[in-house]
Design a protein around this ligand. Sequence first.
Ligand code: SPV
Ligand code: MN
Length: 628
Amino acid sequence: MEKGAEKSTVVILKERLDEKQYNKLYALKNPAMHDFIARYVDLCNPDSIFVCTDQKEDLEYIRSASVRNTEEIKLRLAGHTIHYDGYFDQARDKINTKILLPEGVKIGKSINTVDRKEGWEEVHSIFRDLMKGHELYVRFFCLGPLNSEFSIPCVQLTDSAYVAHSEDLLYRQGYEQFKRFGDFPGFFKFVHSAGELTNSVSKNTGKRRVYIDIKENTVYSTNTQYGGNTIGLKKLAMRLAIQRASREGWLTEHMFVMGVNGPGSRVSYFSGAFPSMCGKTSTSMVEGEKIIGDDIAYLRKKKGAVYGVNVEKGIFGIIQGVNAKDDKLIWEALHSEGEIIFSNILRTEKGDVYWIDKDSNPPEKGINHSGEWYPGKKDKEGKEVDVSHKNARFTLSMTLLKNRDPEMENPEGVKIGGIIYGGRDSDTWVPVEESFDWQHGIITKGASLESETTAATLGQEGVRKFNPMSNLDFLSITIGRYIRDNLEFGKDLSSPPKIFSVNYFLKDEEGGWFNEREDKRVWLKWMELRVHNDVEAIKTPTGYIPEYEDLSKLFQDVLNKEYTEDSYVKQFTMRVRENINKTDRILDIYKNDVLDSPGEMTEVLNLQKERLLKVQKRLGDYVSPFDL
Ligand code: SPV
Ligand code: MN
């Protein structure tokens, strides 16, 4: 080949792939996909390439590759493995995650961006030869159920067998779908390289980049392994899907989807948005109910209602605090044989695992994300190293769960009866409240969500941050446009879902919790009854709250517990002053920081403030629910 002349796709792929892999790739008649793969094979220069079909033996190849290359280590129970990310690569890197912004496009200052050309060139220069010494895995998946209007086909290139393996547990296989579709455009593309490794973890995290090209539906990720930075179909695909949804009139949300059992054989479906580490997975996995998904949902309008699907088919869940009492179903799955990848927790020589707030005391030694571990170990900065990282995770396919809802693979999705917004809020919102209607719910619950930061992203914890719909980290359009899309979405529905807020994190003056972890089971049942107007509620300036008698009955029925009037008053006292302050904060944000904020925003928030001021004048800063 002459220097300077571009090699053709076929030439590159013939040269680089062995015959078997080449044939698997060319059984798919999609030239755009072939071009994409050839470009990155040529640039990243892997030692070898494996094309993964949906066949069992191919999946087995990936599974054993991750053990062979020591990205995963086998544990005592069959199917269980453990993976470690680098000590400084334990969470989403918000600083180096950027949208490649095309010229002339504005998406507001809350979204991290880099000029498209500049960012594209930077990440492509990092990619040059980055896969040298590695095997490249080519994988095909589908976001959303197969054969559905929700489906989005995807191609992932990664040189991490751990990432390829994780995706296998988390997403529906899409090779056969690509084959059926033939030559089609519009699939999402992901290129990831863990980069140079030391002790099986990414070495050059200084060159960690996650760049999202909304113009080409492509995401680039380099020099990192942590799932939130690397598993393309998870949060990276969300940015692409949010763009597409906005153009096409549907929604991409950071939401679980679950079925709540009502009286008789009634099942009502809910979707719920919570920031990371605020109880989203544990809510969707509560005892007695059914899970469809724990993290990401697509919502579409059909027949005057909202239908939702789980974009994924597995869980990449927080393991800290999972214990036999509060998380029975997760606990059981984690202690049964089956394919599970644990990450960033302690393992012993015998292959048992420990994490923060597991039931039993941790052993005196083991290996964790910091290497050899012993109680009291300090890191280089003098900080005590916990037995596991706070953002440590478990990854499993939901086929391992007994509480998986049979509707999960329904290509139609499930009809959503209620939408829940929740955050980490120590002093303002009551534990559960229903909004007056769709507009009021979107504006004062979803678009007004604030939450204290957690270990799910790098940086300081416990800082109250504005996080509309818990989706701020994943937006690729202006907040204003996103809120407008949400408002529009509900406008012409004949049976709109009811919108609720929940707060599991309310604290008393001494900093103790007002809620027990299992209380959420009661809040879910109350919301289920409200969806069908089966119980009355008390009208407050901010929405409808439960009546004491209904909760008392539910606590008895669901938890076999007495619910005292005193607990009710503590939990449901209207914190008028805090709510006014919050409304002011949110008004300020939408007036001053948000581009193209819809006019309804300030209208609805101002009305809410007036209602709060009136109550304050009449009854003071703290009002018992019995006085409302
Ligand atoms: C979250 O942090 O919201 C997660 C895990 O669900 S991550 O993949 O990091 O986004
Ligand atoms: Mn999440």
